[in-house]
Design a protein around this ligand. Structure first.
Ligand code: ADP
Ligand code: MG
Length: 683
């Protein structure tokens, strides 16, 4: 990390020329520093074992004496070499494939070390590797690192190069963690840890080395988040919102429902932050249907009442339109102006909106990422809310933030994040959680059915329509091609129109122009259509409380969180709602996802299982989400280290000395470099 080895070119390593250096580039390795931090992902065990302790089918290394002359068979271009070896006074049969050249070296009485797969019943070893101790051994007795390799770089090349790099430069690996942390967690020095990760003498040494480097990785990551947080807490340069409690109470009292206790509590947390001179940086998480929008609305109301403007950024146009519609309705009585900015406005409308925004005539602007374009200026931006935040990158959030004089920021997500990931990705934020859904909501009944049950599914649609309820019918998702998605939706729409002639069936997909989408969505929201056939464009946020049936075609093509989001489009009113997943899942994973969906409709449980099935890397989709990629740490297993690292980083950054003492100079340098290389700014 913080050292000059990243400036030392690979060609300084003995035996590495421009050609090899070029090949290493392809693996993302461009300096000596990179190479020595290119860690193995597992080890092969070449430690010699006793025959008595090995199990059938294991890969083992044993040592013995050659007891018979070898025999060799050739067939095709291949060969099979066989000889007997005495190991621990047991006669073992060793077999090599395609190692004909060894034949003359297998002399009776010679010592040999064999590694391979053990077959207990026949006392038979299929040899993968063998060495003669009288010629010196390289592998036997060791744990050999296994690296991820590709192109022309083989396992043994990279082993050799890393070995040389460590021999030449190992002594120059600087320590980066302060002594106090090394001591309190009994961590071994950095140069030793890096060397041992590549060349562990034994398992426990390898584990110690790994423990040290995992801690460092997570600590440095947390340090960045906590330093960011600490600088913000120190700088009382945020907007001080002046909030009149009576006005807020009045606003809440005319809502068509009573707020849940959860909603009241998170509103208090938010308003409390907004009144402070510090910049609010708060995450609001709440399962689908928990009522986040109204919480955001109260915040927006408070900022407008304090003489500022509010922005609400959402991932899709459909959602932007829906929010604009419902906020307009809420704010109309107060003379608060709500505008909508999406990519599909006419140039003239767009200019109008931007002008009123800049003059302060618009109080609240709702929109897609169109909000963060360069020519969007607010007169006085006081609060930024991003909805369904997991869809936005950290960078997009901070661009919007910078459009104001340090506005307060509220980030909302319906993907409940397992605690591990919340600490990781949002470690710089305060977190509010909506724990309950509005009263009177019934759990959604979920069924997983096969394609041949289509007739009964149609019957279900009729029954719900008979009760005056509505249905979403989601088409399969073909990731690679929006065109096929759209065609599927069109085909399904035709089929359903024929099968259900008495019902009004709408169609919605991404290739429709904005006004078509709006009128289709409007008709469905107004109850004019019974069924809405749609691609996943309605995945997030859409709120039509009269819809009670969600049908997902080829549900096994969807990820778990996505299915939960889709299911969250129903169960938003007082009526019993249902979700039908149509799928014949072939893969274990697909079956597991269907099972998880029918087992629970608790978003936290769903995301926990999703994390288990997909692993943290994919959980948030791409790097775009701000989800870091760790080299060594595994968030599922190293969770406790992560928590410890977070506490340590928070404690350290809250100390005055951290920002001034030379002891922490290395860490501060590291932060400065991280900030430069495009991470969240440390301003
Ligand atoms: P989400 O958290 O998924 O964004 P919404 O804010 O869209 O949820 O709210 C879901 C539905 O519940 C909306 O129709 C909203 O009007 C309604 N709602 C919100 N809060 C309450 C409440 N306290 N009581 C009853 N209904 C509520
Ligand atoms: Mg929502």
């Amino acid at each position: 990390m913080s050292n000059h080895l990243f400036q030392v070119p690979l060609t300084k390593i003995q035996g590495v020329g421009p050609q090899k250096a070029e090949e290493l580039h392809a693996l993302g390795i461009s300096s000596v520093g990179d190479l020595i931090e290119y860690y193995p992902f597992r080890y092969e065990d070449y430690r010699v074992r006793e025959l008595g302790e090995v199990k059938d089918g294991e890969r083992i290394t044993i040592q013995g004496t050659i007891a018979s002359l070898p025999t060799m068979q050739r067939y095709g271009g291949k060969s099979r070499l066989m000889c007997r070896v005495t190991v621990d006074s047991v006669l073992v049969t060793a077999v090599w494939f395609n190692r004909a050249f060894l034949k003359d070296q297998l002399t009776v009485g010679r010592e040999i070390t064999l590694t391979g797969k053990w077959e207990q019943r026949r006392r038979h070893l299929t040899v993968a590797d063998s060495e003669f101790p009288d010629r010196g051994t390289a592998k036997s007795g060791t744990l050999q690192p296994v690296y991820s390799v590709g192109g022309s770089i083989t396992q043994s090349t990279i082993r050799k190069m890393i070995d040389r790099a460590l021999t030449q430069f190992g002594a120059y690996i600087p320590e980066i963690l302060p002594d106090e942390l090394l001591e309190s967690h009994s961590l071994i020095p950095r140069s030793e840890a890096i060397t041992r990760i590549h060349r562990p003498e034994n398992t426990s040494e390898g584990q110690e080395a790994r423990r040290r480097m995992v801690y460092e990785e997570l600590f440095l990551f947390q340090l960045k988040l906590q330093a960011y947080r600490a600088t913000h807490l120190k700088q009382a340069d945020g907007l001080v919102h002046v909030v009149n409690n009576d006005e807020i109470r009045q606003f809440v009292s005319v809502l068509p429902f009573d707020l849940t206790d959860s909603q009241k509590q998170v509103i208090n947390e938010i308003l409390h932050d907004m009144k402070q001179p510090y910049v609010m940086n708060r995450l609001l998480q709440g399962d689908v249907g928990s009522g986040k929008t109204v919480v955001a609305a109260v915040g927006l109301y408070a900022t407008v009442k304090s003489g500022h403007q509010g922005a609400l950024m959402v991932p899709t146009e459909i959602l932007a339109e829906q929010h604009a519609r419902s906020l307009k309705k809420m704010f109309e009585p107060y003379g608060i102006e709500v505008g909508l900015l999406t990519g599909s406005l006419t140039e003239r409308k767009r200019r109008d909106i931007l002008a009123s925004l800049q003059m302060g005539l618009l109080n609240i602007l709702v929109g897609t990422h169109a909000l963060i374009q360069e020519d969007v200026f607010f007169r006085s931006l006081g609060l930024v809310v991003t909805d369904e935040q997991h869809r936005f990158g950290v960078n997009q959030r901070s661009i919007l933030r910078r459009k104001g004089m340090n506005p307060d920021v509220l980030t909302m997500t319906a993907t409940p994040i397992p605690r591990t990931l919340a600490i990781t990705v949002f470690g710089d934020m305060d977190v509010s959680t909506l724990r309950e859904r509005p009263k009177g909501r019934l759990p959604i009944k979920t069924y997983s059915v096969k394609h041949d049950m289509m007739d009964r599914v149609l019957g279900f649609i009729r029954k719900e329509a008979g009760l005056g309820r509505q249905t979403f019918f989601i088409c399969p998702l073909i990731e690679e091609s929006e065109k096929i998605d759209v065609q599927n939706a069109i085909d399904l729409h035709i089929q359903l129109t024929q099968a259900l002639p008495e019902l009004a069936i709408g169609l919605l997909h991404g290739r429709m122009i904005a006004s078509e989408k709006e009128s289709t969505m409007g008709a469905f929201a107004a109850g004019d259509t019974n069924v809405l056939v749609s691609t996943t464009v309605i995945e997030v946020g859409v709120d039509v409380p009269n819809a009670t049936l969600m049908i997902v075609m080829d549900a096994d093509r969807f990820g778990l969180s996505q299915l939960h989001q889709l299911r969250g489009r129903v169960g938003r009113g007082e009526h019993q709602s249902y979700c039908i997943l149509i799928a014949d899942p072939k893969s274990e994973n697909g079956q597991e996802r269907m099972r998880a969906m029918t087992d629970t409709d608790d978003g936290f449980e769903i995301s926990r299982r999703d994390l288990e099935i997909r692993g943290p890397g994919e959980f948030f989709g791409t790097k775009q989400s701000g989800m870091p990629e760790f080299r060594l740490a595994n968030l599922l297993n190293d969770f406790e280290v992560l928590e410890q690292a977070r506490d340590d980083a928070a404690a350290m950054t809250s100390k005055e000395e951290f920002w001034s003492s030379p002891i922490y100079g290395g860490l501060r340098d590291h932060l400065a470099r991280e900030a430069q290389s495009g991470g969240e700014p440390l301003d």
